[in-house]
Design a protein around this ligand. Structure first.
Ligand code: SF4
Length: 192
Protein backbone atom coordinates (compact mmCIF):
# COMPACT_ATOMS: atom_id res chain seq x y z
CA UNK A 1 0.00 0.00 0.00
CA UNK A 2 1.61 3.20 -1.12
CA UNK A 3 2.29 5.55 1.77
CA UNK A 4 1.59 2.91 4.40
CA UNK A 5 4.20 2.16 7.06
CA UNK A 6 4.62 -0.37 9.81
CA UNK A 7 4.39 0.81 13.44
CA UNK A 8 5.06 -1.14 16.63
CA UNK A 9 3.70 0.16 19.93
CA UNK A 10 4.84 -2.11 22.79
CA UNK A 11 2.68 -0.19 25.29
CA UNK A 12 -0.45 -1.50 23.51
CA UNK A 13 0.52 -5.18 23.44
CA UNK A 14 -1.82 -7.36 25.50
CA UNK A 15 0.10 -10.59 24.93
CA UNK A 16 -2.80 -12.34 23.18
CA UNK A 17 -0.52 -14.07 20.63
CA UNK A 18 -2.95 -13.38 17.77
CA UNK A 19 -0.04 -11.99 15.73
CA UNK A 20 2.00 -15.14 16.30
CA UNK A 21 -0.84 -17.37 15.18
CA UNK A 22 -1.62 -15.20 12.15
CA UNK A 23 2.05 -15.17 11.17
CA UNK A 24 2.14 -18.96 11.31
CA UNK A 25 -0.68 -19.04 8.73
CA UNK A 26 1.63 -17.56 6.12
CA UNK A 27 2.73 -20.19 3.63
CA UNK A 28 5.96 -18.43 2.69
CA UNK A 29 7.59 -19.55 5.92
CA UNK A 30 5.97 -22.96 6.00
CA UNK A 31 3.78 -22.61 9.07
CA UNK A 32 6.44 -21.26 11.41
CA UNK A 33 5.73 -17.85 12.99
CA UNK A 34 8.38 -15.22 12.29
CA UNK A 35 7.11 -12.87 15.01
CA UNK A 36 7.46 -13.57 18.69
CA UNK A 37 5.94 -12.08 21.81
CA UNK A 38 8.04 -11.87 24.93
CA UNK A 39 7.74 -10.55 28.47
CA UNK A 40 9.31 -7.18 29.10
CA UNK A 41 10.47 -7.86 32.65
CA UNK A 42 8.93 -11.14 33.77
CA UNK A 43 9.90 -10.75 37.44
CA UNK A 44 8.07 -7.45 37.85
CA UNK A 45 5.34 -7.13 35.26
CA UNK A 46 3.11 -9.11 32.91
CA UNK A 47 3.74 -6.53 30.14
CA UNK A 48 4.58 -8.11 26.78
CA UNK A 49 6.26 -6.88 23.60
CA UNK A 50 5.93 -8.13 20.02
CA UNK A 51 9.25 -8.54 18.15
CA UNK A 52 9.32 -8.13 14.39
CA UNK A 53 12.22 -7.41 12.06
CA UNK A 54 12.84 -3.66 12.11
CA UNK A 55 14.26 -3.74 8.55
CA UNK A 56 17.39 -1.68 9.14
CA UNK A 57 18.40 0.86 6.51
CA UNK A 58 21.92 -0.58 6.65
CA UNK A 59 21.23 -4.14 7.84
CA UNK A 60 23.98 -5.64 10.00
CA UNK A 61 22.72 -9.16 9.24
CA UNK A 62 23.44 -8.69 5.53
CA UNK A 63 26.80 -7.06 6.22
CA UNK A 64 28.12 -9.99 8.25
CA UNK A 65 26.78 -12.71 5.94
CA UNK A 66 29.77 -14.41 4.31
CA UNK A 67 27.56 -15.94 1.61
CA UNK A 68 25.75 -12.73 0.56
CA UNK A 69 22.51 -14.57 1.26
CA UNK A 70 20.49 -11.68 2.73
CA UNK A 71 19.07 -9.16 0.28
CA UNK A 72 17.20 -5.91 0.80
CA UNK A 73 14.49 -4.95 -1.67
CA UNK A 74 14.43 -1.53 -3.33
CA UNK A 75 11.61 -0.55 -1.00
CA UNK A 76 13.73 -1.32 2.06
CA UNK A 77 12.49 -4.74 3.18
CA UNK A 78 15.26 -7.08 4.39
CA UNK A 79 14.46 -10.59 3.23
CA UNK A 80 15.06 -14.00 4.82
CA UNK A 81 18.24 -15.67 3.61
CA UNK A 82 18.28 -17.17 0.13
CA UNK A 83 18.15 -20.91 0.62
CA UNK A 84 20.70 -21.79 -2.11
CA UNK A 85 23.23 -19.40 -0.58
CA UNK A 86 22.78 -19.73 3.20
CA UNK A 87 25.44 -21.89 4.84
CA UNK A 88 23.70 -21.79 8.24
CA UNK A 89 26.68 -20.19 9.98
CA UNK A 90 24.44 -18.06 12.30
CA UNK A 91 26.57 -14.92 11.87
CA UNK A 92 23.42 -12.93 11.19
CA UNK A 93 21.65 -14.41 14.20
CA UNK A 94 24.46 -13.25 16.48
CA UNK A 95 24.98 -9.87 14.82
CA UNK A 96 21.43 -8.49 14.65
CA UNK A 97 21.12 -5.74 17.28
CA UNK A 98 17.43 -6.53 17.70
CA UNK A 99 17.91 -10.32 18.02
CA UNK A 100 15.48 -11.14 15.21
CA UNK A 101 16.95 -13.71 12.74
CA UNK A 102 16.37 -17.33 13.67
CA UNK A 103 18.36 -20.35 12.55
CA UNK A 104 15.94 -22.99 11.33
CA UNK A 105 18.20 -25.93 12.06
CA UNK A 106 16.01 -28.51 10.36
CA UNK A 107 16.11 -26.42 7.16
CA UNK A 108 19.72 -25.29 7.62
CA UNK A 109 18.62 -21.78 6.78
CA UNK A 110 18.15 -18.46 8.55
CA UNK A 111 14.60 -17.17 8.35
CA UNK A 112 13.00 -14.06 9.80
CA UNK A 113 10.12 -11.62 9.45
CA UNK A 114 10.01 -10.20 5.92
CA UNK A 115 7.07 -7.92 6.67
CA UNK A 116 4.90 -10.38 4.72
CA UNK A 117 6.54 -9.23 1.53
CA UNK A 118 4.21 -11.36 -0.58
CA UNK A 119 1.33 -9.32 0.89
CA UNK A 120 2.79 -5.84 1.42
CA UNK A 121 4.32 -5.74 -2.07
CA UNK A 122 0.84 -6.47 -3.42
CA UNK A 123 -0.89 -3.75 -1.41
CA UNK A 124 -2.04 -5.80 1.58
CA UNK A 125 -1.26 -5.48 5.28
CA UNK A 126 1.15 -7.86 7.03
CA UNK A 127 -0.72 -10.75 8.63
CA UNK A 128 0.10 -9.65 12.20
CA UNK A 129 -1.23 -6.12 11.67
CA UNK A 130 -4.53 -7.44 10.27
CA UNK A 131 -5.33 -9.30 13.50
CA UNK A 132 -3.76 -7.27 16.32
CA UNK A 133 -6.81 -6.26 18.42
CA UNK A 134 -5.07 -3.35 20.16
CA UNK A 135 -3.17 -2.19 17.06
CA UNK A 136 0.16 -2.58 18.84
CA UNK A 137 1.11 -3.65 15.33
CA UNK A 138 -0.29 -1.18 12.82
CA UNK A 139 0.22 -0.79 9.07
CA UNK A 140 -1.26 2.60 8.32
CA UNK A 141 -0.43 5.97 6.73
CA UNK A 142 1.84 8.16 8.87
CA UNK A 143 -0.78 10.92 9.13
CA UNK A 144 -3.20 8.44 10.65
CA UNK A 145 -0.85 7.28 13.38
CA UNK A 146 0.21 10.84 14.21
CA UNK A 147 -3.40 11.98 14.40
CA UNK A 148 -4.69 9.12 16.52
CA UNK A 149 -1.92 8.37 19.04
CA UNK A 150 -0.43 10.23 21.97
CA UNK A 151 2.95 8.56 21.36
CA UNK A 152 5.03 9.54 18.37
CA UNK A 153 6.88 7.30 15.89
CA UNK A 154 10.66 7.03 15.73
CA UNK A 155 12.94 4.89 13.62
CA UNK A 156 16.19 5.82 15.39
CA UNK A 157 17.78 3.32 17.79
CA UNK A 158 20.96 3.86 19.75
CA UNK A 159 23.10 0.84 20.62
CA UNK A 160 25.94 2.39 22.61
CA UNK A 161 27.78 4.43 19.97
CA UNK A 162 26.04 2.75 17.07
CA UNK A 163 23.02 4.55 15.62
CA UNK A 164 20.63 2.35 13.68
CA UNK A 165 17.78 3.66 11.53
CA UNK A 166 15.02 1.37 10.36
CA UNK A 167 12.10 1.08 7.96
CA UNK A 168 9.77 -0.01 10.77
CA UNK A 169 8.83 2.63 13.34
CA UNK A 170 8.37 2.28 17.07
CA UNK A 171 5.92 4.40 19.03
CA UNK A 172 7.66 6.24 21.88
CA UNK A 173 6.72 8.90 24.46
CA UNK A 174 6.26 12.34 22.85
CA UNK A 175 9.43 13.75 24.43
CA UNK A 176 11.72 10.97 23.09
CA UNK A 177 13.49 11.19 19.74
CA UNK A 178 15.31 7.86 19.76
CA UNK A 179 15.19 4.53 21.56
CA UNK A 180 18.26 3.57 23.53
CA UNK A 181 18.58 -0.19 23.79
CA UNK A 182 22.16 -0.50 24.94
CA UNK A 183 22.60 -2.54 28.10
CA UNK A 184 25.29 -0.13 29.27
CA UNK A 185 22.56 2.49 29.72
CA UNK A 186 21.02 0.35 32.42
CA UNK A 187 24.18 -0.28 34.42
CA UNK A 188 24.61 2.11 37.28
CA UNK A 189 27.84 2.88 39.07
CA UNK A 190 28.34 1.34 42.49
CA UNK A 191 28.04 3.79 45.36
CA UNK A 192 31.28 4.19 47.33
S1 SF4 B 1 23.35 -18.09 8.53
FE1 SF4 B 1 23.06 -17.91 6.30
S2 SF4 B 1 22.20 -15.89 6.06
FE2 SF4 B 1 23.07 -15.94 8.12
S3 SF4 B 1 25.13 -15.11 7.90
FE3 SF4 B 1 25.29 -17.34 7.72
S4 SF4 B 1 25.13 -17.74 5.51
FE4 SF4 B 1 24.41 -15.66 5.84
Amino acid sequence: MFGYEFYVDPSRCIGCQSCVNACAECETHRGTPMIHVDYLDRANTIATVPFVCMHCDDPTCAKVCPADAIKKTEDGVVQSSLKPRCIACSNCVLACPFGIPKMMTELEQMMKCDMCYDRTSAGKRPMCATVCPSQALAFVPREQIERSRREKPTNVFQFGRQRVTTKVHMMVPPDENAVSVDVADYIWEAKP
